[in-house]
Design a protein around this ligand. Structure first.
Ligand code: IVH
Length: 664
């Protein structure tokens, strides 16, 4: 491959990973692998500057999404140069010493929090807006989600606040909360988040703060952006106690060091302590302490010259890949799993690791019998990083993903837009078992007497092949099963009978429509109010629902088009299952407690109609914009009210957005 080809291929690869990391919060590779790609690209571009011109990687990664309004940062939010090597860290110090002609430089060493950067603007002590880093120049407005974090003060404590100040920090999700959410997702067979950072990144970009509230976000602050008037500080170390005195959550610990050797000691101490912190840390940030020196050394377009991140290498271990097994999910997805010779890694014994999908196995050329490297970085779920080719036996061949389902032998299929192979056989035993388990689970029909052991017995005895068969069970059938006393049989039958009256969203979720979780089921039922209406919904109807995009809509349409599912629903209905949404779900006041101001001409509604709709949903309409206004509903030719709302950072919506709010 020529240098040109390699540069182009690296540019494309980095751009793809940037999108996965910054916009989709679903990276496919570890930070270490990503940094390695970027370093190789930077080196090649330095050798071939003529090819670097078109590089898509010159800018800082961009997290902005179309659904959000973005606003400029008063001071750009830069990134940090980073290194994994002690030598390069000492080079950073040597460079600064040469530049500044100073013998020993004082530093502050801080934990590097592995979260999502945020910038809060306070004016006269009042919170005006919260922005993501965006492209560094402009960030997305995530105020609605930041307001769900109790630790973020709407007004700063104490007196004497700057007229306007940007406060910089990191939003994160604690390990405990991460595990809670992943457990819930596991129960719903939704894809798991690989690490707390991805979950935090996905959560700050939710459109509905009610959803955000269900996942507890946390935040910690470590710096200032623009500040007017400038605070009379001489050192960066003064920032932390000041932020604390304003009532903002700050770092658990930071170190002041008189030179780079003391900074290194602090980094090692941090490495020993960081496991006890509530946030995940992926390194240390070393910052020059005297602020006068920041101005002197300045910054590049991407990062300040007065700071560097030293990243801790992810913990890795070598072990034998004994086998690759295939798990069959409820919807037939075939997931490859690495079965490992147990190995100790980051405090736990690891015997299985995820391999994601067939493409990943092919890309990394992973073969059973290989010695492989497993890694647990911020990731709670270990992954296979690479194979050690030197330790491979001479006669192994590339792994072939099975062409048939390992459970029922049906030919596997792969839809063009999907990474996963699936078993298309609805009668595949592990799928039946998982479908019934999902139906009975707490997040669906909540039938607690129908646990794994009972489901296994029912499916093995072929008493249940579909969820509808549950409602044909008789006491006589059940008592023939091992360890099934008449009392247990009666309890199960009663629980099944009671489940018929469940709210409709539980049944809809229990049907197991791919890509439809419990929240989407609730949203769908609130909107359509009956199973019949949902069954006949068009794609356009479905797309009006917040949170239902083209993939979910297609999934719903395909599910109801399938004759087997139509029969299933007919049977469930004939057994007397409730197919209507409960009354209280329909009557919820979606705009309860929110105040609106109207301005300009709306495309279809008159002002009176808009006012009536808002009031019917529990909101109120007031005449003029103030800090207390929640939303400005703006149409064509909006005038001074729009300007005032923009100045106060009030959320501005149009008629379409109002309709979406009313429908949610
Ligand atoms: S200072 C001008 N300090 O790491 C640069 N950043 O990889 C200001 N981060 O964009 C950043 N912990 O989002 C700083 N103690 C810390 C940090 C920290 C985490 C994040 C921040 C930055 C990214 C760079």
């Amino acid at each position: 491959m020529t240098a040109k080809e390699r540069i182009l291929s690296l540019q494309n690869e980095v751009a793809r990973h940037d999108k996965l990391y910054y916009q989709e919060a679903a990276p496919e590779i570890s930070d270490f692998e990503y940094d390695r790609l970027k370093t190789e690209l930077a080196q090649l571009e330095a050798e071939h500057p003529e090819l670097a011109q078109t590089s898509p990687t010159l800018k800082v990664g961009d997290d902005r999404l179309d659904e959000f309004s973005s606003f400029p940062h008063a001071e750009p939010m830069l990134s940090l140069d980073n290194t994994y090597s002690q030598e390069e860290l000492f080079d950073f110090d040597a460079r600064l010493k040469r530049l500044l002609k100073i013998e020993a430089l004082p530093y502050v060493v801080e934990p590097k929090i592995d979260g999502v950067a945020v910038s809060l603007t306070y004016q006269k002590g009042k919170l005006i807006r919260a922005l993501t880093r965006g492209n560094g120049i402009q960030g997305d407005d995530i105020t609605h989600n930041v307001l769900t974090i109790a630790a973020v003060p709407k007004s700063l404590s104490g007196k004497d606040h700057p007229d306007s100040v940007e406060i910089r920090g990191e939003i994160y999700i604690t390990n405990a909360e991460f595990e809670r959410i992943n457990k819930e997702r596991e129960a719903e067979e939704l894809p798991l988040y690989a690490n707390p950072r991805n979950l935090a990144a996905g959560t700050v970009k939710l459109l509905d703060p009610k959803e955000t509230k269900k996942r507890k976000l946390s935040v910690v602050f470590y710096g200032l952006g623009a500040c007017e008037p400038v605070l009379p500080f001489a050192e960066h170390a003064q920032v932390h106690p000041t932020l604390k005195s304003w009532g903002l959550p700050t770092l658990e610990k930071f170190w002041e060091a008189s030179g780079i050797t003391e900074s290194w000691d602090a980094i090692e101490e941090l490495d020993g302590l960081r496991e006890q912190f509530t946030y995940a840390t992926d390194g240390a940030v070393i910052k020059l302490n005297p602020l006068a020196l920041h101005t002197k050394v300045g910054k590049t377009a991407k990062a300040p010259r007065w700071a560097i991140a030293y990243k801790f290498a992810a913990e890795q271990a070598e072990t034998l890949l004994k086998d690759i097994t295939i798990q069959v999910g409820r919807t037939g997805v075939l997931t490859p799993v690495a079965e490992l010779e147990p190995v100790s890694l980051a405090g736990t014994t690891v015997s299985r690791a995820t391999l994601h999908n067939a493409d990943e196995i092919q890309r990394k050329d992973i073969r059973p019998g290989d010695t492989i490297v497993v890694e647990k970085a911020g990731e709670i779920i270990p992954c296979v990083v690479r194979v050690i080719p030197d330790k491979r036996s001479g006669n192994s061949t590339a792994y072939e993903f099975p062409k048939t389902c390992p459970a029922c032998n049906t030919n596997a299929i792969r839809l063009p837009e999907e990474a996963a192979w699936r078993c298309p056989n609805p009668s595949c035993p592990p799928q039946i078992r998982r479908r019934i388990l999902h139906y009975a689970s707490r997040v669906a029909m909540d039938i607690d007497t129908l646990g794994i052991a009972v489901v296994d017995q029912l499916t093995e005895a072929q008493l249940c092949n579909t969820i509808a068969d549950l409602y044909t069970l008789k006491e006589d059938d059940l008592v023939t099963l091992e360890r099934f006393a008449p009392k247990s049989a009666q309890n199960l039958l009663k629980a099944l009978e009671d489940s018929k009256a469940n709210d409709l969203w539980r049944l809809v979720h229990g049907l197991g429509i791919p890509n439809v979780g419990s929240q989407s089921s609730k949203d769908l039922c609130k909107h359509f109010t009956s199973l019949e209406a949902l069954q006949h919904a068009t794609e356009a109807d479905l797309l009006t629902i917040d949170g239902v995009g083209p993939i979910v809509a297609q999934s719903i349409l395909q599910f109801f088009e399938n004759p087997a599912n139509q029969t299933l629903i007919e049977r469930l209905t004939s057994y007397g299952l409730n197919t209507q949404a409960h009354q209280q779900a329909q009557g919820t006041q979606t705009l309860e407690g929110l105040s609106f101001v109207l301005t300009g001409t709306l495309p279809t509604l008159t002002r009176d109609e808009a006012k009536a709709l808002i009031e019917k949903a529990g909101g109120k309409v007031v005449g003029s914009v103030s800090k207390k206004t929640d939303y400005l509903l703006a149409g064509e030719a909006a005038g001074s009210k729009l300007k005032k709302a923009q100045d106060l950072g009030i959320k501005i919506v149009d008629e379409d957005q109002l309709n979406q709010m009313l429908a949610s």
